[in-house]
Design a binder for this molecule. Sequence first.
Ligand code: FE2
Length: 579
Amino acid sequence: MTEETSSGGLDRRSFLVLGAAATGGAVLATGVAEAGEERKKKPAKPANPFSMGVASGDPTSTSVILWTRLAPKPLELDGGMGKRGNQEVAYEIATDAKFSKVVQKGVVDAPAEYGHSVHLDAQGLTPNTEYFYRFKYGKFVTEAARTHTAPEVGQSVDSFVFGQTSCANWQSGYYQLYDDLAAQEPDYWLALGDYIYEYGNYNPKTEEGYVRSDGKALRPIPWGLEPVTLAEYRRQYGLYRSDASLQKLHRTAPYSVIWDDHEVDNNFTAGKSGGDGQADRIEFAKRRAAGFQAFYENHAIRIPAPGQMPSKMDIYRRVDWGSLASFLLLDGRQYRTDQAGDDTPQDFGKLADGMFAADGTILGADQEAWLAAEFKDAPGTWTFIAQQVVMSHINGSAAFDDPSILELTAKGLFNYDAWDGYWNARTRLINSIKAGQVRNPIVLTGDFHTNLAFDLLDAWPDPRDAKTPAEMSAAVKNWKGNIIGTEICAGAISSPTFFGEGLLGTVAPGVLKNTPWIRYAEWFNNGYVLNTVTPQELKATYRVAMTNFKANTPKGKPRSETTLVIKDGVPGISSPLKQ
Ligand SMILES: [Fe+2]
C-alpha cells in the first residue's frame, strides 16, 4: 500500500498531491469532482483532516512506520470522510525540522477500507538517526514530527531513554503525564495497553457507561454506549487521539503499542467479552474483530494489514535497540483462557481452582513457543518483556497483620485477571526465561494503575498449601525465593488508582509491608516510568501526579517520586529499599 519515490524524484501522483498542497487550491488531492460537488452543497471551510495527529512506531535500524489518519470530523462515525473512496497523502522525511534536507518524499495510500489510515513503512534510513516527517493532504500540512531509528545490533550505544505508559481513561483524568513524557524527549516509548477505554459516557437512563464514585466523569464522552462496531471504535480513537498532549508525545518520539482488554472490552478473553454489565449488542466475535481492526488503523504498528474484520490479528513482535535492549512485545489478551471465578468485572476474589487449571494460558501455545525462541535469540543486554498484567504474585492475605479479617472473603484476595489467575502458565513462562538464559530479564507491566516494582522470583508460595489466611500470610512473609529478574509496573496515565481511596486503599500498605518481593509501591498517584538504559545499569524513574487534577495544581503537577537502580548481571532491584 506504500508507494515511494527515489530521493528527490517525483512521480505523477506526488506531483498532483504536492501541487495541490502548494497552491492550496484543492480541498482534496484526489477525487476533485467529488470534492467539487461537495463544495456546492457545503460551502463551509474544510476541517483539518489531520485532527488525530501523526505518529511513528516500531523502529528498526533502517525503517520506521509513519502513521496518520484522515478524519476531519473525528467525533463522527465516518470521521467526516463520508463515502469518499481511497485517498492519497503526500509525505516528506528530512533530517532537520525545517525540512531543508529532505531525504525521502512521495505519496502513500490512505485506503477507505482502513478508515483512511496511513501506514508508511519508511525504509532505507540510517541507523541510530533522528528524522523529521510530515504529511500533506490538500492544503493541510502536519506539524513537523520527530522520530528516530534504532541502532544496528553491534553498534555501541552509551544510553537510551524510553517511557513506559498504560491505562489512559479519557473520562477520569487529564493527560499531563503524556505532556511530561514528551518534555523528557525520550528516544522511544511503550504503550502497554488501555491506550483507549471502550467506555461510553454514563447514561443514567440505561445505567450504561463509565461513572466515578461521585457520579460524574471528569471529561465526558459525547456518546453513552460502548463501541461495538468498527465505526464506533474508530470514533473512540478519534476522541482519544484528538488530545493535544497525546499528539505532542507522538510528535516527539517513536513508540510501540500492545493492546490490553479495554481496546475491545473490559477483561475479555479468547472466547468472550468481560461481561461488564452492558448487554451485548452484537456477537462478541464480531465486536472483537471491530476492535482489532480499529487498533490497527489507529496505530503506527509494524504488522501486515489485516484482513477486514479479522477474527485474529497477531501483534506480538520484537523491537531491538542495538545490542543494548530487546523488547519482546506480548499479547496477553486474545489467546487467553477465561479467568477463574465468576465472570468479570470481578477482578479480585478468593482462592479458586480455576487459577490452577492445567490448560490455563495467557499467551497461547504459539506465542509461548515464539517467546521461548526469542529468549534465546534476543541480542539485547537488557531483555524487556513488555506485557499487560502483573506477573509477580500478590497475595491479599499478607495485607493484614491480623489476617483473620480475610475469613470474610474466604481465603485471600487474588487478581484473577493477572498472572496470579494463570498459575501454571506463569510457571511455564518463568521456566522459559530460565531455559533461555536470558540476561537481565525485565518484565514491564501496565494494567494495575499502581506504581510498583518487584524482584521477579522463580517461584512463589502456593496458597493451596495453607489451611487458613494466617498460614498463607506467614508463608508470604517468610518466603525466600530466587530472584531472577525485575518487574516494573507503571501507574496509570489517567485511570483511577485502585488503592488510593476506599477499602482497597487499606489493603495496599499491608501488602507492601508484608510481601518481601515487592520493593516499591506508590498507590495514590497516577504515573508512568522513565527508563534510562546503559550497558551497566537500568534506572527506572517513577514520574507521578494525580491526573484528576490539572497540571497547574499542586496535586496535578508531575514530579519524580523515586528512581530504582537495576545493575547488569544482578537480578532484582539494587536500590532503594522499600518506601
Ligand atoms: Fe487499565
